[in-house]
Write a protein that binds this ligand. Structure first.
Ligand SMILES: Nc1ncnc2c1ncn2[C@@H]1O[C@H](COP(=O)(O)OP(=O)(O)OP(=O)(O)O)[C@@H](O)[C@H]1O
Length: 462
């Protein structure tokens, strides 16, 4: 017999209260409720879209693990926002579900047409703000979306971190899927391409690998700079590229730098990447940053005054991901403190990113434990369980990044580990994040949370 929903949720709350820090529990978990458990799917309701996004982003796996523990079987989790009449709006809020071993789930949409990796539903042209910094990249992307394989092939989008390359690239994919639902739109990171190749070699299935990638109508490849020095992947990519190009299929590539600045990239690939259009995205000016914030706030149903928008946009200048992060922090801070959204209230939490806020070991341990769904005691223990030692290594890396503590002191914070263990962990994570985009994103998000918690501790005088 199925457990009544109230009892299930009460048990979940009891467990999470112990596992998560008090502010986290009070702010995000206690305010949510479970609506129903149906067809192996638990529907959770949050009071507003912001809380939904936060739970979805940071706590969905923790909740899923706890529910699985209680029910003895995996359950999909749907997080949705309470409507005025208390009825949930499930359709729009469907979450990809529970992704084991992946602490921070991406928001994705179900497959349309045939895509390799799912596209992010938010990365569409209508949500992209055009400014002087990205006008050419936007126009070229639109042209490619309308007539792939014609003028700009390949389209090479380049520019610094968090400036909208992936957004534009995926917008092309969405546009094609919308018009031709059967077209084969493959979005893939270079890392994924490399991993697929390695798997194909290992499984003796190169033929399948080649047929798969060469069947694309539009191939979107992100972070091509990670091809650096990977001779065999470059070789294989070269042939994939040629086959598609010769067949008049569109290739779109994104990179943090132009082809000729990617070290150890074969000359022939470099020249192919340069034979279409190289369009760069630059950092946006103040007006564009304000327009981006305004649009983002509208989609999230958050009301922001012009002063607040200008204040945030003035303080975050170089990276739109950070700009969006600042908006999320602002809303979190305001809702935790029950404050009104004014510049004065936001000042403590939105110091410029360059103003480094020293994090305490406690904050770092709390953030890591929360994110990986384990306890601080686990982090300090000698357990060699894979997920615990992985979280511990990431924690040591971040403690070295966010504090001035010596290596032996960091070792002490993790239950008396030797400083050589700290060096080993730091070097390992540092090395991996240079080629593993998912890890890089996870580290960025964790850093963001450490900064956010440190700022709010600082401003509340803790
Ligand atoms: N012009 C824009 N209008 C609206 N949102 C934008 C714009 N540019 C970037 N963004 C948003 O900023 C965030 C980061 O963008 P994106 O992931 O596309 O950056 P990127 O250039 O691919 O970064 P990276 O080099 O780290 O992969 C996304 O949430 C994206 O939607």
């Amino acid at each position: 017999m199925e457990l009544p929903i109230e009892s299930l949720w009460n048990q979940v709350l009891e467990r999470l209260q112990v596992e998560l820090s008090r502010p986290t529990f009070e702010t995000w978990i206690k305010t949510a409720s479970a609506e129903r458990l149906e067809n192996n799917c638990l529907v959770i309701i949050t009071p507003n879209p912001f809380a939904r996004n936060w739970l979805q982003k940071y706590y969905i796996n923790t909740i899923a693990n706890v529910v699985q523990d209680i029910l003895g079987k995996p359950v999909e989790i749907y997080i949705t926002v309470a409507q005025g009449d208390g009825v949930s709006n499930l359709g729009e809020q469907k979450v990809t579900g529970y992704l084991p071993n992946q602490s921070i789930a991406a928001e994705t949409v179900p497959k349309k047409g045939q895509t390799t990796t799912e596209l992010n539903s938010k990365y569409v042209f209508s949500r992209f703000v055009v400014g002087a910094n990205n006008r050419m990249a936007h126009a070229a992307s639109l042209a490619v979306a309308e007539s792939p394989g014609r003028e700009f092939n390949p389209l090479f989008l380049c520019g610094g971190v968090g400036l909208g390359k992936t957004h534009l690239m995926q917008a092309i994919g969405h546009y094609r899927c919308e018009i031709y639902p059967d077209s084969k739109i493959f979005y893939v990171s270079t890392e994924q391409f490399t991993n697929d190749l390695i798997t194909a070699i290992r499984n003796d299935s190169m033929q399948i690998f080649r047929e798969h990638y060469r069947a694309a109508d539009v191939l979107l490849v992100d972070d091509i700079q990670f091809l650096e020095g990977k001779e065999y992947t470059q070789e294989e990519f070269f042939h994939t590229f040629n086959t598609l190009h010769e067949a008049g299929k569109q290739v779109v590539i994104a990179s943090d730098r132009p082809p000729n600045q990617i070290p150890r990239l074969q000359e022939r690939l470099c020249s192919r990447f340069s034979m279409g259009l190289i369009a760069d995205v630059q950092t946006p000016d103040l007006e564009t940053r304000m327009a981006i914030l305004q649009k983002k706030a509208e989609y999230e149903n958050i009301h922001l005054s012009k002063d607040v928008i200008e204040y945030i946009a003035t303080n975050y200048t170089s990276n739109i991901r950070e700009l969006e992060g600042a908006l999320i922090r602002a809303v979190a801070y305001i809702s935790i403190g029950g404050l009104s959204m004014t510049v004065e209230n936001l000042a403590p939490v939105l110091q410029t990113p360059s103003e480094k806020v020293e994090a305490t070991p406690e904050v770092i341990l709390t953030v890591i434990a929360d994110a990986f769904g384990i306890s601080i005691e686990d982090l300090k223990s000698n357990s060699r369980r894979r997920e615990i030692s992985w979280a511990r290594q990431i924690g040591m890396y971040l403690m070295r990044q966010h504090t001035d503590l010596s290596l032996p002191r960091i070792g002490e914070e993790f239950g008396g580990k030797d400083h050589t263990t700290v060096i080993y962990s730091y070097d390992k994570i540092n090395q991996l994040q240079q080629s593993d985009r998912a890890l890089l994103q996870t580290l960025r998000q964790l850093s963001d949370r450490i900064n956010m918690m440190s700022r709010s501790h600082k401003s509340s005088g803790k």
